[in-house]
Design a protein around this ligand. Structure first.
Ligand SMILES: [Zn+2]
Length: 325
């Protein structure tokens, strides 16, 4: 927009009614957002394209600009691509609304609320949400330090969004887990150290064999593993010779020797559940996305910016390094 046009616009703003004014404001915001997104993509903020995402050849040449994005052509395989090829944001339209959508993600808005706020269809809103969060799933801590508090949480299997349920419908009011058959439960393992690094993972069967591969990397010989005296954890610590701070569930023991407790991880679980209530149930196949979304916000003390969310989503999916900022 030329500066002269802006001056003319400001002149007429006084005459605009509220509806027109908000439309104008929205148009300007969208424009800024497009500029911002293009700047992210075409400057040094994300990794420059060095090789062809298809054949990894390094001989490329520029192939014009389309939809504000520089295109490249590979000399070897002759395929064309842009900065977003191979990232979760590839082929998504309406770049101008991405930034405000990232803000809706941070505000924890539901699919429909985010859709109406950004002026997109609810199906688009749903697709964007899971694309924006795809890369966050990969950012889990490699290991935990000092004292690791471990606990599990049970979710009921959910097929939210499916048109045909594969399970028996639940009876009204039967929300308690005791009414949910064992094969319709989903377990989440939470491990949190006192430096607030958190690891979460989903299991359809909660057994020592299933949780060992993840814990092998996270827990070292120096770590103090704190948990309740459940068979799964007792077997794991015995087999792997891990130092174990055990809390006796039968006598409702919550703290031992001042340092053995799992209060931090329990608080994390409770806060997560409160935060998840706004979505009124999430489908099990998307559960990990929501866990990661919360974990990401927690890692930044809930001060993460929409720009950071976008930047993460713009990384190629093969990118898998911890704690990049
Ligand atoms: Zn190529």
């Amino acid at each position: 927009m030329k500066s002269q046009n802006i001056v003319e616009l400001i002149g007429v703003i006084g005459e605009l009614n509220t509806k027109n004014y908000s439309l104008l404001k929205e148009a300007i915001e969208k424009r800024d957002s497009i500029k911002f997104v293009s700047r992210l993509l075409n400057n040094d903020l994300i990794e420059k394209i060095e090789c062809c995402p298809y054949c990894k050849s390094k001989s490329l040449y520029k192939w014009g600009v389309r939809n504000d994005l520089q295109r490249y052509k590979c000399k070897k395989c002759e395929r064309t691509f842009n900065t977003l090829t191979g990232t979760p944001l590839a082929h998504l339209h309406k770049k101008g609304r991405w930034l405000s959508y990232a803000k809706c993600i941070l505000d924890g808005l539901s699919v429909r609320k985010a859709a109406s706020k950004c002026g997109v269809h609810r199906n688009t809103s749903f697709r964007w949400r899971h694309r924006f969060l795809k890369n966050v799933n990969k950012i889990k801590p490699d290991r935990l330090y000092g004292i690791a508090e471990v606990n599990e949480h049970v979710f009921a299997w959910s097929e939210k969004g499916c048109k045909r349920l594969k399970r028996e419908p639940r009876r009204r009011g039967y929300k308690s887990l005791k009414y949910i058959p064992h094969d319709k439960r989903v377990f989440t393992l939470f491990c949190r150290d006192r430096g607030q690094n958190t690891y979460d993972n989903i299991y359809y069967r909660f057994s020592t064999n299933n949780i060992t591969p993840a814990l092998d990397k996270l827990i070292t010989k120096d770590t103090l593993f704190c948990s309740q005296n459940k068979a799964v954890y007792l077997k794991y610590t015995k087999e792997n010779e891990v130092r174990h701070g055990v809390l006796n569930l039968a006598i409702k023991e919550t703290v031992k020797k001042d340092i053995v407790h799992i209060e931090n991880v329990i608080k994390y679980q409770v806060d997560l559940q409160v935060w998840m209530e706004r979505f009124r149930g999430v489908a099990t196949k998307y559960l990990q996305n929501y866990l990661s979304w919360y974990r990401e916000m927690d890692e930044f003390d809930f001060k993460i910016s929409p720009e950071q969310i976008l930047l993460r989503a713009m990384r190629p999916e093969r990118y898998n390094t911890n704690h990049f900022r």
